[in-house]
Design a protein around this ligand. Structure first.
Ligand code: S3P
Length: 195
């Protein structure tokens, strides 16, 4: 994370990716990072680094609520450091807490990446690092959580993109166009990082 040491108060200028597990937040985040030259933060990675253990270990040893506390703590830190010109990928449950919804909005342009339950199942089945999906019927769990969370993703975001059929390059171009519109413009890499 690169803190912005300017004393000038300014609106935060980041692209924030929210959405369910397996919707492509990290992959698209890295794609956007390449296109814009922005820095990239994955809140799950920050939590793992700070805790010195993996997310499954945090869930197992400390419980889900402790993990949710860490999510809020990381968001507050990103804001406190006046982080700007970053792509910020968040864990799928980040917007659940109303407190986090307000923090996400403060950070910049919030994009909801959505996806069909079947695609999510196919994408998440490759790994076993998502404790919430370690159950007998992950498709039913995905559908249940999606129903619960979709209205939250909707109200927490400025735009929604369905990633089920588009390729990652098309998605990142769509986000860039909309972010330009949202911010008025997006500064070029050389100016943005030094501002
Ligand atoms: C979670 C999503 C995960 C991770 C944790 C909880 C969730 O992140 O934060 O396992 O509640 O949806 P990804 O969305 O990056 O998989």
């Amino acid at each position: 994370m690169e803190p912005n040491h300017s004393n000038k108060p300014k609106n935060m200028h980041n692209i924030v990716l929210i959405g369910f597990m397996g919707c492509g937040k990290s992959t698209i985040g890295r794609e956007l990072k390449k296109s814009l030259g922005y820095h990239f933060i994955d809140t799950d990675n920050v939590i793992e680094e700070q805790a010195g253990k993996s997310i499954p270990e945090i869930f197992e040893q400390n419980g889900e609520q402790a993990f949710r506390d860490l999510e809020t703590k990381v968001l507050k830190e990103i804001i406190h450091q006046e982080t700007n010109h970053h792509i910020i990928a968040t864990g799928g449950g980040m917007p659940i807490r109303p407190e986090n919804q307000a923090l996400l909005q403060k950070l910049g342009f919030v994009v909801w990446l959505s996806c069909s339950p079947e695609k999510i199942l196919a994408r998440t089945a490759r790994t076993s690092n998502r404790p919430l999906l370690n159950c007998n019927d992950p498709l039913a769990k995905i559908s249940e959580l999606l129903e619960e969370r979709s209205p939250i993703y909707e109200s927490s975001s400025h735009m929604k993109i369905n990633t089920s059929s588009l390729d990652f390059n098309e998605i990142s171009c769509g986000i860039l166009e909309s972010a330009r519109y949202h911010f008025g413009n997006i500064p070029s890499v050389s100016t943005s990082l030094n501002e």
